[in-house]
Design a protein around this ligand. Structure first.
Ligand SMILES: Cc1cc2nc3c(=O)[nH]c(=O)nc-3n(C[C@H](O)[C@H](O)[C@H](O)COP(=O)(O)OP(=O)(O)OC[C@H]3O[C@@H](n4cnc5c(N)ncnc54)[C@H](O)[C@@H]3O)c2cc1C
Length: 402
């Protein structure tokens, strides 16, 4: 296993850094800073994604025939790590990273023509309709009904925790087409236009994002929604297979770059804040120990990421290691925001939630702005895309053979 980057890799890393310096301009940096956890208004995301498209870097995980850049796994890793380290806006993942690979593998030629170029150019934004009230970890228990009406399905039910549904153009949904079959065999995979009559989006207001329109999650209600049969992916009743294929792409992104960025911020805050005695917090022995522990854990995760990368570069699939990365990455994201909250101390007490576009000055020092909101927001990482307990179960079964 060779973990060192080659000269070619380092030249590529410099190219990515130069691109970020130019494309991630002052206005976007300011918007990102104010967004507190990377969620920007749709226009900003689309503007950023179009810059990536112009550079040919919008879809690192796609094959070249569909518009991917033709990178090897090392280049993809460097790209993701540099983007995270710079705090660049993220690409809304549901279209390019999740449903597109499913369309490529299981979709019809018409679906490929209709959706892939539009996703590539950010002409349409997708959201993900998997979870339902009562069906999250136990996804196969989902109830949203799709009745066969000849040339179309009639859909009734509800999806919950749907990120970006307030502005998404399409939603991919797991629906129940049969109640007779084994639970998994009664599920189908539909692409639904969000403009279809009968769809209603209700915001779920969270403590860090109390402003309607800028919410992170929603509940989506479907009442007698007609979905043409040509919008079904693959075969009826095979949705569970396609859904599981998609989950491989939802997990398994590198975390170390973003975590190191958080650690740098903690050190800067600790240099500015004072400890209980009189010196700077960064000089306090107990606090220094906590920083070191976190630093070691992040280094260890980075080694794991590089080890997985070396496996991918050797032509193997990621497999259950994606669960390992998701689990450890989530734990450390929470640990970083927790230590940051401790570092700002009392300055975290004013809890100005995100009001996008507001000119209000932060209460207290600039570095404390948004730290408490981000801490609250990051509690999500151990729940979404499969909770920590679910990832433990996967590892116990597939890695340890328990
Ligand atoms: C911010 C955010 C964004 C999200 N975005 C989306 C989205 O865009 N689209 C979408 O479809 N979903 C989305 N989700 C939903 C997410 O996938 C679910 O919340 C998640 O799968 C957990 O399901 P649940 O909320 O129903 O909790 P439950 O499944 O009810 O779990 C409750 C608790 O029980 C534990 N538990 C459950 N089963 C087991 C088990 N077998 N063994 C041990 N412990 C278990 C869980 O770990 C958890 O602690 C989002 C969630 C969040 C928080």
């Amino acid at each position: 296993m060779d973990l060192a980057f080659t000269e070619k890799d380092i030249a590529f890393r410099d190219e990515v850094r130069a691109f970020i310096d130019e494309a991630f301009d002052k206005e976007m940096r300011e918007h990102s800073r104010r967004s507190r956890h990377g969620y920007l208004p749709k226009d900003d995301h689309v503007r950023w994604q179009k810059r990536l498209y112009d550079k040919g870097w919008m879809v690192p995980n796609w094959p070249e025939e569909h518009g991917g850049p033709g990178w090897d796994p090392t280049q993809r890793f460097i790209y993701e790590t540099e983007m995270a380290a710079a705090g660049a806006p993220h690409v809304i993942p549901f279209g390019p990273r999740m449903v597109a690979p499913v369309i490529m593998k299981f979709g019809s030629e018409e679906q490929k023509k209709q959706f892939l170029p539009a996703i590539l150019k950010s002409e349409i934004i997708f959201c993900q309709g998997y979870s339902e009230p009562g069906s999250g970890s136990d996804l196969a228990s989902l109830q949203m009904r799709a009745e066969d009406k000849g040339d179309h399905y009639l859909c009734n039910g509800s999806k919950i925790w749907t990120s970006v549904a307030q502005y998404a153009d399409w939603i991919f949904c797991l629906v129940r087409t049969s109640k007779e079959a084994k639970r998994q065999d009664g599920i189908s995979f539909l692409l639904i236009d969000m403009k279809t009559p009968g769809i209603q989006v209700e915001p779920i207001i969270t403590v860090d994002l109390p402003e309607k329109g800028f919410q992170e999650v929603n509940q989506v209600f479907f009442t007698d929604v007609k979905v043409p049969k040509e919008n079904r992916i693959g075969e009826e009743g095979k949705g569970w297979t396609y859904a599981k294929y998609l989950l491989e792409f939802e997990r398994g992104n590198p975390y170390a770059g973003g975590l190191k960025r958080g650690l740098r911020k903690i050190k800067a805050i600790a240099a500015a804040e004072r400890a209980d005695g009189s010196g700077a917090l960064i000089e306090d022995e107990t606090f220094r120990r906590r920083i070191s522990q976190l630093e070691i854990q992040i280094e260890a995760l980075e080694m794991t990421e590089l080890r997985i990368l070396s496996k991918l570069a050797g032509g193997q699939n990621m497999g259950p290691e994606s669960s390992q990365m998701k689990l450890r990455g989530s734990e450390l994201q929470q640990a970083v925001t927790e230590l940051m909250l401790d570092a700002v101390g009392l300055q975290a007490n004013p809890f100005p939630p995100m009001h996008f576009g507001s000119n209000e000055e932060p209460i207290g020092p600039d570095y404390a702005d948004g730290v408490a909101a981000r801490y609250a927001n990051m509690r999500k990482t151990s729940i979404y895309a499969g909770s920590n307990e679910v990832q433990h179960n996967i590892l116990a079964k597939l890695v340890l053979g328990l």
